[in-house]
Write a protein that binds this ligand. Structure first.
Ligand code: PMP
Length: 469
């Protein structure tokens, strides 16, 4: 009783005192926050004592599940030994050096990327992409190509929300209230076959058209002005969809032809999520910069890493005496506590074979969700790779007609799902619910989560009918 009174007070306080990220200010003022109090494995408990199966792993980040003693211990020990060490100038923390070695090795051994031999650290996926944005400029300035610094991203992509990362993000809703994107960021077509294929196009034709659009944009702008192309191997927040067949091979050839860097944004896809260690290996990419965060520490500590290719690093190294220091970095770059936790996290992923587990669990969950939604008139497409799965809603399944503009069927379903004790995410670009649970989710939890979701979908039926227009 005392606890629940305290929780009610905290809810009221939170409503008065907080501005939440990416949320409706008005809704929060009306309802206040839902307080969560503890989590273990894949189960989150709210302040009312209700348990929820976390089908999102937070924001696609708690890859090894909540409450792992190995990670807690690693963090506690690091805090006791060396609670902080910066990496400005020549200073370094031991665990950060060890982590760098481990990441370089993982990319060489598990992603066919032995050319990524340097690591730069930050604290979020957004700042990793800011680092990429600045590195593209620096690299081309050093090479005497100061005009070559526009970056091409894709409509529907999500790369974070600092000013440069917001610009790279290809979703208008994040731009318009902040006068972004910055003028040197361009967006090309969204390679989502299910939604954007035109008049009977095959997947191969669609894929070729997407690459043609990119090529046309490069040629229109002038290849001498394009520094980089940034892509998530599998697009996440935009709606969870895979690249169409042949897409990345053709994109890579185009980039090589025009001396354009590839930035792989692996903030979601890294560390096993796709049933591969990295999307870089899964899609045979040859990126010059890879952005990592989320699964790097399974969100036990805010940490990002940028993998940097020899080709980029060698230019920085060759010119360093001439140009002076690399004037970029953060107080928390290479934080020793984050590094210790990341090392323990990678140990768990390896020891428990969580990469293979994500592949098997992903196939199982995809099949189960397809079966559970097969007779639902509003579910148009269920797709995914590994434990990155999306369900896209349509007003009419037979014709793939979308719900009317301004409606949000996926948010309606999410609300019912919450009431049924399961948490898929409602995404901001397309009407899609995503499923990206911890990689060690059990069969029983998947079965239970799918059963709860199926009930929620049934309960949402009348509300969805009202949205049909
Ligand atoms: N890139 C991708 C692909 C992401 O999904 C995200 C976060 N969802 C980010 C970058 C930004 O990461 P952060 O929120 O840690 O800044």
């Amino acid at each position: 009783m005392k606890d629940s009174l305290a929780n009610a007070d905290l809810g009221a306080m939170g409503r008065k005192t907080m501005l939440h990220p990416v949320s409706s200010v008005a809704d929060l003022a009306r309802t206040g926050p839902t307080l969560y109090t503890r989590a273990k494995g894949t189960i989150l408990e709210d302040a009312a004592g209700q348990e929820h199966i976390d089908m999102g792993a937070g924001l696609w980040c708690v890859n090894v599940g909540y409450g792992r003693p190995e990670l807690v211990e690693a963090g506690a020990e690091a805090l006791r030994n060396l609670s902080y060490q910066h990496h400005f100038g020549n200073s370094a923390a031991k665990d950060t050096v060890r982590l760098s070695e481990r990441l370089v090795q993982l990319f060489a051994e598990n992603a066919g990327a032995g050319h990524l031999n340097r690591v730069f650290y930050g604290t979020s996926g957004s700042d990793a992409n800011d680092t990429a944005y600045k590195l593209v400029r620096y690299y081309n300035n050093l090479r005497g190509k100061p005009a070559k610094k526009k970056i091409i991203s894709r409509i529907g992509s999500y790369h974070g929300l600092t000013a440069a990362a917001t610009s790279l993000t290809g979703i208008d809703a994040y731009h318009k209230m902040f006068d972004l994107p910055l003028p040197d960021v361009l967006h090309t077509s969204c390679p989502h076959f299910y939604r954007y294929a035109e008049n009977g196009e095959s997947e191969a034709q669609f894929s070729a058209r997407m690459v043609r659009d990119l090529e046309n944009l490069i040629e229109r702008e002038g290849p001498e002005t394009i520094g980089a192309f940034i892509a998530e191997p599998v697009m996440g927040t935009g709606g969870v969809f895979l690249p169409p067949p042949g897409y990345f091979a053709k994109v890579q050839a185009l980039l090589d032809k025009h001396d354009i860097l590839l930035i792989a944004d692996e903030v979601i896809t890294g560390f096993g999520r796709l049933g591969h260690w990295f999307g870089t290996g899964a899609f045979d990419l040859k990126p010059d910069i890879v952005s990592l965060a989320k699964g790097l520490t399974s969100a036990y500590f805010p940490m990002s890493a940028s993998m940097i290719s020899d080709r980029v690093y060698d230019v920085l190294a060759a010119k360093s005496d001439e140009t002076g220091a690399f004037m970029h970095g953060f107080t928390y770059s290479g934080h020793p506590v984050g590094s210790a936790i990341a090392l323990a996290n990678i140990d768990v992923i390896e020891r428990e074979n969580l990469v293979e587990q994500a592949s098997e669990a992903g196939s199982y969950l995809l099949r189960a969700l397809r079966q559970a939604t097969a007779d639902t008139p509003f579910v148009g497409d269920v797709r995914g790779m590994g434990l990155m799965i999306g369900i896209e809603y349509v007003a009419d399944k037979a014709t793939n007609t979308p719900f009317p503009e301004g409606t949000a069927p996926h948010k309606v379903v999410s609300k019912h799902a919450f009431d049924h004790g399961v948490l898929p995410r409602a995404l901001p670009f397309l009407p899609v619910n995503s499923f990206s649970p911890p990689l060690n989710i059990s069969r029983e939890e998947m079965d239970e989560g799918v059963a709860r979701f199926a009930h929620a979908l049934e309960a949402a039926g009348p509300d969805l009918e009202k949205l049909q227009g």
